[in-house]
Each structure stands twice: as C-alpha cells, then as structure tokens.
Design a protein around this ligand. Sequence first.
Ligand code: ZN
Length: 327
Amino acid sequence: MSELHKFLFEGLPVRGMLVRLTDGWREVLARRAASGEAFPAPVRALLGEMAAAGVLMQGNIQFAGALVLQMYGDGPVKLAVAEVRSDLAFRVTAKVVGAVADDARLEAMLNVHGQGRCAITLDPQDKRPGQQPYQGVVALHGDHREPLQQLGEVLEHYMLQSEQLDTRLILAADDQVAAGLLIQRLPVQGGANLQGARRNEDLIGLDEAYKRIALLAGTLTRAELLTLDADTILRRLFWEEPIRRFAPLRGEDGEGGPRFVCSCSRERVGNMLKGLGRAEIDGIVTEQGRVEIGCDFCGATYHFDPVDVGELFTPAERQAPGSDAKH
Ligand SMILES: [Zn+2]
C-alpha cells in the first residue's frame, strides 16, 4: 500500500517526509502497458520519481489545489508531468518522441541542448476570476552550468531559489515502487532577533543539526529506498536523532494517503471539445465518423458520435428544460 510518513526532529529546526508509492504506481504502469505504449524504462523511473517528489512537495505545503511538476525537454522526452492534488491523489504522463537509451539519465532524456526546464505550478482549487496559477521554473543545470542528472538535485535547487528552504531530496523508482525521502531545514523562529534571543553557539548547533541530518539522509542508497520499509529506513538513518513520527497517511484504503486517481471525465473532455469549436469538431466527425479522445494519464477513451457532438453544441436551455440553469 502507498504511504506518506511525516516526522520531525525534536528541538531541532528540521522536518522530514518519506513516501512509498506501490499499488497506485503499479497501476499507472499497468494501464500504460495495456495501452500498448509502455514508456521506456528510464522514463518510467523519471515519472516514478516525479510522482514521489510531487507527493512530498504537496504533503509539505498542503496546498489547496493541484501541484503540477512539469519537465520540458529538448531531447527525446518532450514533456513529463506529475500532478498531485491536495488529497494526495496523483497521476503522471509523458510525451516521448524518439529513442531513449536504457541508461539515459536526466541530461540525455531532457536536456541534450541545455534547454530543459522544470516547472512547478500551484493551481488553486477555487480560483478567483482572472487569477493565474503560481509557477516557478528552474533550469536543469547547477550553479556552474553543469548539467544535473538527478531530479532530486533539480528540485533541491528549486526549493532553495523559490522558497529559500534548504532541502535534501532523495528519489528512486523502479517498476514496483516509487519512493522519496525529503529532509528540510525549518526557518528558525524569531528571524532577525536571533542574535539577541539566542546565544551564537545555540544557533550554530541548530545549523549543524540540519547539516548532520541531511548528510545522514544522503547515505541512503536507491536500493535501500526502494526495498526497505519506512520503519527500517528511518531507524537505520536516524537512530541517534530525536525523531518524532506522525501517523502515516496510507492511500488506497481511504485514509487520505497517496494513491493513483485520474481526474479526467466525459464532461471535461466535452468542454475541451467545445473549446475547439463546432467547425473543427464537425470536420473530424465528417472525416472519421466520430471523435475519439484518449486520456494520456489513465488510458481511458472517450467517444463522441455525431449525436453526442450535436448535443455538445446545443445551448444548455434546450438540452435541459426546467433545469436550474434557467432560473
Ligand atoms: Zn484519465
């Protein structure tokens, strides 16, 4: 079962989270395989890491809306997307054009010409009219223009640049598990008055605590992250630290934990078709007999035959006499 574990270090300005996506992650891959368009292995691993990272980031900020992680590439992977809603429901997809080598890393997939980008969008649930979603963008290279090969490093840069938060992020995914460990330095309360409020050595000690814990987190191998359960990982890494854990959120059994859910629907597809305009849709119907739209996230297919298309473009008052729309 997929789970998200939150914890903090007692008395230290450090918090952490550990996520393991299992059932939901396997379902994503199974659906894609069933469509006959399975992603290459390195893309599957990237999407798994993105799903894990998305859940960690959403779990971290508890944003009332969708957190969307997008990688725009200039290599064979044109786009990779992970979306995580506030209830930790996640979905992922990618657009791959061209061959991806079995050992391809971030640069070979997305950043061949140095133009790759990672965008994090926060799309609020209840938008005010005209309100734009918040978006932050980071390049896929480090401070010295060296190309980054790990998604975790890219997102560490993002957190530091956009939120001024020191973060250590370790991610890994295979076809069974997508997992991640996040360690983050919390802003010390009191900000500007710190010098007066605390003795210098206390401050240095708090600073050292984050560094020590981040270093410990960095010793976690990908294999350990993928194969060990949360209890074992946290005990092995932090057995000397004053760790305090919260009840894990488990998905797939209704405890509000991470799980795969696709938010596509016939209504949404219909609205999208309406947006394209009647002439465009009639053109497709004339050519192909009906409109067929597949969901890239879950593999669902929606068909609209000429009658459906006619209804789609019928004004609402004629379609539903006596409905609420006519008050
Ligand atoms: Zn869908």
